[in-house]
Ligand binder design. Structure first.
Ligand code: ADE
Ligand code: ZN
Length: 339
């Protein structure tokens, strides 16, 4: 099964690039940039990866991101992630970046975007990995701060493919950002939002009705509302689900409790993603493997999850058709029948 997962073409649609910062690279950047970290070494940093909720993770995540200073740092970070993608047959990525986590430290958007984009362009040439870039607003900050970030991004909007909403969910409902999301949509940007990770079903409805999202990031709390489940299966509005993240952040006590296969079987367009893989114990293949090991996912279900990734992506129709054929071909070659 591990070989089957390794070769299956996969698409990643929910990935925070700052969440791919492996401890070794974090320490290397801290050293070359003269940034002090509160851990003496890589081992004690890894030992701190015991989270009891989203906020306990975010505190560490922002501290880790503080080592990212130069354009080369953002390049190295993104390149390391793309090398992993290439090794795991991840063929398309739609990645988030958090400009406000860097602008508070005086790092210009041009530096952040320049490094990430240069790596993505190199990754397309070296590995054939296609990409989209999603600029996320930090929801624990004000809507005014998000407006300011959007204004600062205006010279770069040709290079940004969409807008997201992340960081601490509880107490920061989507409604808080209705104005700035309306402006982003008016600028022609598609929008997504984290909702229903720790927050209630009402946040998912708000993201749909007030932010007019194209996808929900996480959304696993949708099981609490039968009407929402019906809506999601009727419309096929995608949920980008992150199984290892959800267990590490105690959204589910254990992987055996995860609802992603149940949602898949109810006809929802759920996809599998790694969220912050350096912090949560694995990249795309590890997430697929966990579904097999803990939930008994079949090869057919894994293929359908990958096909959902194609459907939920922002690729154009020709690329969607090509990747759909690739996955169907892979399934057929391995004797997997898809209805
Ligand atoms: N930022 C990085 N990872 C996140 C997550 N899982 N939820 C919300 N904000 C995040
Ligand atoms: Zn996320």
């Amino acid at each position: 099964m591990d070989n089957f997962i390794a070769g299956l073409p996969k698409l990643e649609l929910h990935l925070h690039i700052e969440g791919t910062l492996e401890p070794e690279l974090m320490f290397a950047m801290a050293s070359r940039n003269g940034v002090a970290l509160p851990w003496p070494d890589v081992e004690s940093l890894r030992a701190a990866y015991e989270f009891d909720c989203l906020q306990s993770f975010l505190d560490l995540y922002y501290r880790g991101a503080s080592v990212l200073i130069t354009e080369q740092d953002f390049f190295d970070l993104t390149w390391a992630y793309l090398e992993r993608c290439a090794a795991e047959q991840v063929v398309h990525v739609e990645i988030f970046f958090d400009p406000q986590a860097h602008s508070v430290r005086g790092i210009p958007l041009a530096t952040v975007l320049g490094g990430i984009e240069r790596a993505l362009q190199a990754g397309a040439l070296a590995f054939g990995i296609s990409w989209r870039l999603i600029m996320s607003f930090l929801r624990h900050l004000s809507e005014e701060a998000a407006f300011l970030t959007l204004r600062e991004a205006e010279p770069f909007l040709e290079r940004i493919h969409g807008i997201g909403l992340d960081s601490g969910e509880l107490g920061n409902p989507p409604t808080k950002f209705a104005g700035v999301f309306a402006q982003a949509r008016a600028l022609g940007l598609p929008v997504v939002a984290h909702a229903g990770e720790e927050g209630p079903v009402s946040y998912i409805w708000q993201a749909i009705n007030e932010l007019q999202v194209r996808r929900i990031d996480h959304g696993v709390r949708c099981v609490d509302d039968p009407e929402l489940l019906r809506y999601l299966s009727d419309t096929r509005l995608p949920l980008t689900v992150c199984p290892l993240s959800n267990t590490r952040l105690k959204v589910f006590a254990q992987m055996a409790d995860h609802n992603v296969l149940q949602l898949l079987e109810q006809g929802l367009c759920v996809t599998i993603n790694s969220d912050d893989p350096a912090y949560f114990g694995g990249y795309m293949a590890a997430n697929f493997q966990a579904l097999v090991a803990e939930l008994g996912a079949s090869r057919e279900q894994l293929c359908r999850l990958s096909l959902n990734g194609v459907e939920a992506s922002w690729l154009d129709l020709a690329d969607k058709a090509r990747l759909t054929r690739e996955i169907l071909c892979y399934a057929a070659c391995h004797g997997v029948t898809l209805n």
